[in-house]
Write a protein that binds this ligand. Structure first.
Ligand code: C2O
Ligand code: CU
Length: 473
């Protein structure tokens, strides 16, 4: 039995009651049009704690959960009430190029006091998100991000959906954000990692507890909106049942732990079948000796069901253009740089430069194909030209000692090989992690015309040279 749309909304609304303390976690009713207003505001990340200065959409961190249906056309008005330029990118949504939200590439920046209207159809269901693409290394960690959920034609049969936006913030004892965005020390290392992990804008920890009932079936949508932090997630007490990566369906399977780099998403199914009194802990093994990020607790003795799922819940796949490896052309992108890297000799504005020169003179620390890219020059000059409809294998070669979650706009790609070895399955992603000294091959059809950003989603790395433009058509 499939829940009708109305029942689905009703069940989502019922769930909202018990979760009122966690803003942004429960869906607003579906709507076609939506206004997002970027403005500074303050909120405490810990109950009773000092207030933190954020920039957010519609006065919240995260911004509102935008929820639409597959195929729907949406109109998103972005108002800029900041005193700096901005523009909003719809991460993972296959939009027409002009709606991609990249200032100086697909549109002019939205000036303070101005607005921009984004209008596009939603070709794929799944878990997506939105964030500025202007000075992302500052605007995202200041709080400008939110979830964008596109519901399937036939929603899966669960009792509740949770949207958990993970992030972090770097704050002092007074709760104020430290104003140290874009420091070369962060840019050339792991990026600006915060000292407080946030889940839907609240301090992660044992206090973040959600009541569940035995037998309850939950779809958990996880989004990593952090500027630089990579999560290594575990779910103590329950297997990690993945049904989607980056919004795209995968064959339901269990993973040992879930590495979620900035920009990446995963959808899980949790079948609450522990004995009463049990609990599930969302953990991050990158934070040694730290407690759980959040806890699901059986607090209601009345079971909802007493049988587990008899078959795994699976999502209907979206229609994505299938790359044909037999006729694909190969392209290579090599990455160098970083603090621990060998001294790079790269080009800046066409002139050779060494690592220390890149860092001191340009605030850059990374090169792509030996060239350091930065704003208003090479970053926006396409470094790769693809024909419209071209089948492509992109081999990304990481010659650095750092992890890089690489993101391509406007397309989804299959991850087909790691270190030259074929992988199975070959999931669709829009963002994929390249481990240190690792090569990763992805394949896709360049079917969306325009200039598309391709960059590391550690936003300091992107600002420090790991961002370029791929021209399709
Ligand atoms: Cu999530 Cu180019 O961005
Ligand atoms: Cu990176």
């Amino acid at each position: 039995m499939n829940m009708s749309r109305r029942e689905f909304i009703k069940s989502a609304a019922v769930s909202a009651g018990g979760l009122a303390m966690m803003p942004g976690m429960v869906f607003a009713a579906p709507a076609r049009a939506m206004t997002l207003r970027a403005a500074p505001f303050e909120q405490a990340v810990r109950t009773g704690g000092p207030r933190t200065n954020f920039w957010g959409f519609n006065g919240g961190v995260p911004g509102p959960v935008l929820k639409f249906r597959k195929g729907e056309s949406v109109r998103l008005v972005v108002q800029n009430a900041l005193d700096v330029d901005s523009a909003v990118h719809w991460h993972g949504v296959r939009v027409p190029n002009a709606m991609d939200g990249v200032p100086h590439v697909t549109q002019n920046p939205i000036r303070p006091g101005d607005e921009f209207v984004y209008e596009f159809a939603l070709p794929d269901s799944g878990t997506f998100w939105y964030h500025p693409h202007q000075s992302s290394f500052e605007q995202v960690p200041r709080g400008l991000y939110g979830a964008l959920i596109v519901e399937e034609d036939e929603p899966i049969e669960v009792d509740r959906e949770l949207v958990w936006v993970l992030s972090d913030v770097r704050i002092g004892d007074d709760g104020r954000q430290t104003e140290d965005f874009g420091r070369i020390l962060d840019v050339a290392n792991d990026g600006r990692i915060g000292n407080q992990v946030l889940l839907n804008g609240k301090a992660a920890g044992a206090e973040l507890a959600i009541d569940v009932r035995r037998g309850e079936r939950i779809r958990l949508r996880l989004i990593n909106a952090a500027a630089a932090r990579i999560f290594q997630l575990g779910l103590a007490g329950h297997a990690i049942n993945v049904i989607a990566f980056d919004g795209q369906a995968v064959e339901p399977h269990v993973v040992e732990n879930l590495q979620l780099g900035p920009g990446m998403r995963a959808d899980l199914v949790i079948d609450c079948m522990q004995v009463p009194g049990g609990r599930y802990l969302l953990t991050d093994s990158h934070r040694r000796n730290a407690g759980p990020l959040a806890t699901l607790i059986y607090s209601d003795a009345r079971p909802l069901r007493d049988k587990p799922l008899s078959a795994p819940i699976r999502l209907a796949p979206n229609q994505l253009p299938e790359p044909d490896l037999a006729k694909a052309t190969e392209h290579y992108i090599m990455f160098q740089g970083g603090m621990r890297g060998v001294p790079v000799i790269g080009l800046v504005d066409g002139k050779p430069a060494k690592t220390h020169e890149l860092m001191e003179r340009h605030g850059l620390a990374w090169t792509m194909n030996y060239t350091a890219r930065h704003e208003h020059s090479l970053m926006h000059e396409p470094f790769l030209h693809l024909n419209l409809g071209e089948h492509v294998v992109l081999r990304m070669i990481n010659e650095t000692d750092f992890v890089h979650p690489m993101h391509l706009h406007g397309h989804f790609f299959r991850v087909i090989a790691v270190n030259g070895k074929k992988v199975t399955p070959q999931p669709w992603h829009d963002t994929v992690i390249m481990g240190p000294r690792q090569s990763v091959d992805v394949a896709f059809v360049a079917d969306n015309a325009g200039d598309w950003m391709y960059h590391c989603h550690i936003l300091d790395h992107a600002a420090g040279g790991m961002m370029g433009t791929i021209r399709v058509g």
